[in-house]
Write a protein that binds this ligand. Sequence first.
Ligand code: SAM
Ligand code: SF4
Ligand code: SF4
Length: 336
Amino acid sequence: MSVIKDKFGRPLQDLRISVTDRCNFRCRYCMPREMFGKDFTFMPRKQLLSFEEIERIAKIFVQMGVRKIRLTGGEPLLRKDLPVLIEKLASIPELEDVALTTNASLLERMAWELKAAGLNRVNVSLDAIDDAVFAEINDSSYKTNTVLRGIDKAQEVGLGVKVNMVVKKGMNDNQVIPMATYFKERGITLRFIEFMDVGTTNAWDFSQVITKKELYDELSKHFSLEAVNSAYVGEVAKRYRYTGSATEVGFITSVSESFCSSCTRARIAADGKLYTCLFASDGLDLRSILRSETDDEAIRSAVVCAWQKRDDRYSDERTEETAKNRKKIEMSYIGG
Ligand code: SAM
Ligand code: SF4
Ligand code: SF4
């Protein structure tokens, strides 16, 4: 197998697949209700890739060197029969890791089934431990307790668990220390994500970003931290551990310290479009190719061609101008 590299020599190593554009939350920074209200038209079912189509594509990507697949959305647990898809993916021999990113609202009831299907890990998104702050962010009726019970259950059934928290100035900065304290006590890795200018609906402004440095300085007032080396090239989070323990805390610094030079990730949206960057404005229509081609080789060449042409480095080049004016696809569509 020859490694496929893009214009900057970055290999194609991991794949994120969005399985739905729907969500039961309306996080204000991702799917604000004003934009994603009752009248919003989500993708009709026949536009979504079927499980068989996803499996076929996944096998082709694995043949090309991908070893990790993460399912995302929208909210992936809303996709009917998701464990059936997980089982299909988990049985691809060379695939080492099948993971899921979720808001965990349905995790408590699904954790066992997901684990039994072959899921390895979940990243749970939770931006606050306080119910009032959480309600303000997700703009729906879910309580933190539902998410926390989902996390407990996932651990109980043996899934790897990490928690991701987007931090936005004025939204949940007062939750940083309570979240760190809660997850430190439970030995769960918490990762802080800088608020990003994905999509065009979240009214992003640089003044709302709390940078890794600010977060680190705040945490250091309460905890002693020591740096941990990256586990592999292309690892996105900057890792630290609480001194004297094995529990880690991480930072995903897309805005303040971009990591495009080691970005090895492709994304497939729920309608089968392939994107080579989270901030792309257009992608390759893999669904049409899949539905018209019986030969896997044609799909493989289309993907190779897209990856070899790839010169994305949006975060390296971000300016106020690109953040505000560039056309970008929405996070709930492409999957985080
Ligand atoms: N619904 C699932 C969830 O929330 O985990 C999966 C999809 S969601 C789009 C994936 C991740 O993207 C979540 O952790 C979410 O917090 C993050 N996200 C969404 N909009 C973001 C933004 N503007 N900046 C940073 N992270 C964002
Ligand atoms: Fe839904 Fe996840 Fe977006 Fe929140 S971040 S609205 S849970 S897709
Ligand atoms: Fe990768 Fe695009 Fe993010 Fe850079 S901006 S790290 S190329 S997804």
